[in-house]
Ligand binder design. Structure first.
Ligand SMILES: [Zn+2]
Ligand SMILES: [Zn+2]
Length: 411
């Protein structure tokens, strides 16, 4: 027997219903915010992620599904969604056209990680990317949008907020940080030692307790913001306060990726074990430029769909629709015809052969139908159905005409 690959999972039954419920809500809310759908390929040139996510990151350095295709191209399966959307944006020359462009996407992403709870090698993200709007109110609007999605799903969260500075304030801060880190290099872990050269701000991401102790007293970029970053950050906070969204400032929130600037945010849930990130995003004003586009302000976020499935309540009724049960051979095609008509408007199940009422009732129950519509010899003659409500057990006889009105009014 062939099983699914390690770290890859089938999504079906209850999880599939939750998955669909999430997408229905997220897409609806994204459209209400003026976003349109974009689909980018799963497979991209490896260079795209090297240049956007950064070669020093674990994602690109260790976790990519990367291979050479038959045309000798170095390709990989996307480890995240933003790079592909930015590539499409630049390729379509929207950066040069000017104006604002807002896209949402969803689909599978691939990372060759050690599988553990909540971390799969194929996982799904829903994400949004907004291009061309530099106002800090766009940052606040994106946070508000993510909050609306979680609110609509009934998911409780904590919002963490930070500012990562810009090209004006980062270099000065970085120089100071590198000086301090170099002085303590021998006491830091190997990864942190490497980060001093490649991406010093990422040391704050280190999971090593000994490192965390040493790093705690060091200044953060949040304490060294330039005037513009400071006032943008204040603006984001004021906008969130105005709409009643509470937040915590988290100076350790540096995000894993190189291209983030200014606002960074993360939605965390305490309901799935330890504090666990359910959505993250922020501003990335430098990314379009670094992928050969014209400098374009941009902000976005992504939600890990598998991570929140357990948090999504299913409130739709378990029982739904009608089951047509032919009880004699002559009724088989009659039921077949009626089921087609009903399927225009409601969930409809159909027995394909004449069986005893007991047999069909069992099947109707297995399908979780509300209504059972039996058609036997008697019903064929009088053009009626024997209708039973499987919840209330109420039974009645209705003409074929009356049936439709009854079921649709009840739906
Ligand atoms: Zn700045
Ligand atoms: Zn470390």
């Amino acid at each position: 027997m062939i099983s699914a690959l390690r770290g890859m999972k089938d999504i079906h039954f209850e999880d599939a219903r939750k998955f669909e419920k999430f997408l229905d809500i997220a897409v609806h809310i994204a459209k209400n915010h003026g976003f349109s759908h974009i689909e980018t390929p799963i497979l991209e040139e490896t260079g795209l992620f090297k240049r956007s996510v950064g070669e020093s990151s674990d994602i690109v350095g260790k976790e990519m599904y990367r291979f050479t295709d038959k045309g000798d191209n170095d390709v990989c399966m996307r480890p995240e969604g933003t790079a592909g959307v930015v590539r499409a944006f630049v390729e379509k020359k929207l950066d040069k056209a000017g104006g604002e462009y807002r896209f949402y996407y969803f689909g599978p992403m691939y990372r060759y990680e050690r599988p553990q709870k909540g971390r799969l090698r194929q996982f799904h993200q829903f994400g949004i990317e907004s291009f061309g709007e530099a106002s800090h109110l766009e940052d606040a609007a994106m946070i508000s949008m993510a909050a609306s999605i979680f609110d609509a799903l009934g998911i409780k969260y904590t919002l963490k907020l930070n500012s990562l500075g810009c090209e004006k304030c980062i270099p000065k801060y970085k120089t100071e940080l590198v000086g301090k880190l170099t002085a303590m290099k021998q006491d830091l872990c190997e990864d942190c030692g490497r980060r001093i050269e490649t991406n010093p701000m990422r040391v704050f991401d280190c999971k090593n307790d000994a490192c965390q102790k040493l790093l705690t007293p060091l200044p953060r970029i949040t304490d060294a913001l330039c005037e513009e970053c400071e006032s943008d950050f204040d603006g984001v906070k004021a906008a969130l306060e105005r709409i009643g969204i509470t937040y915590e400032i988290d100076k350790n929130l540096v995000r894993g990726l190189d291209y983030y600037t200014k606002t960074a945010f993360e939605f965390v849930s305490t309901e799935i074990g330890a504090q666990s990130s359910i959505a993250g995003g922020g501003r990335y004003d430098k990314l379009v430029e670094s992928l050969d586009g014209k400098a374009t302000p941009a902000v976005g976020f992504a939600v890990g769909i598998e991570r929140i499935l357990d948090l999504i309540p299913l409130d739709e009724p378990l029982r739904k629709g009608i089951y047509f049960a032919p009880l004699c051979d002559e009724a088989v095609l009659q039921a077949f015809e009626m089921s087609r008509d009903f399927r225009q408007n409601t969930v409809t199940y159909l027995g394909y052969s004449a069986k005893s009422p007991k047999n069909h009732l069992k099947a109707a129950d297995r399908h979780n139908a509300v209504w059972f519509a039996g058609i036997g010899e008697n019903e064929m003659q009088t053009k009626s159905v024997w209708l039973k409500n499987l919840e209330t057990k109420e039974e009645l006889s209705l003409s074929w005409q009356e049936l439709k009105a009854k079921i649709l009014e009840d739906r």
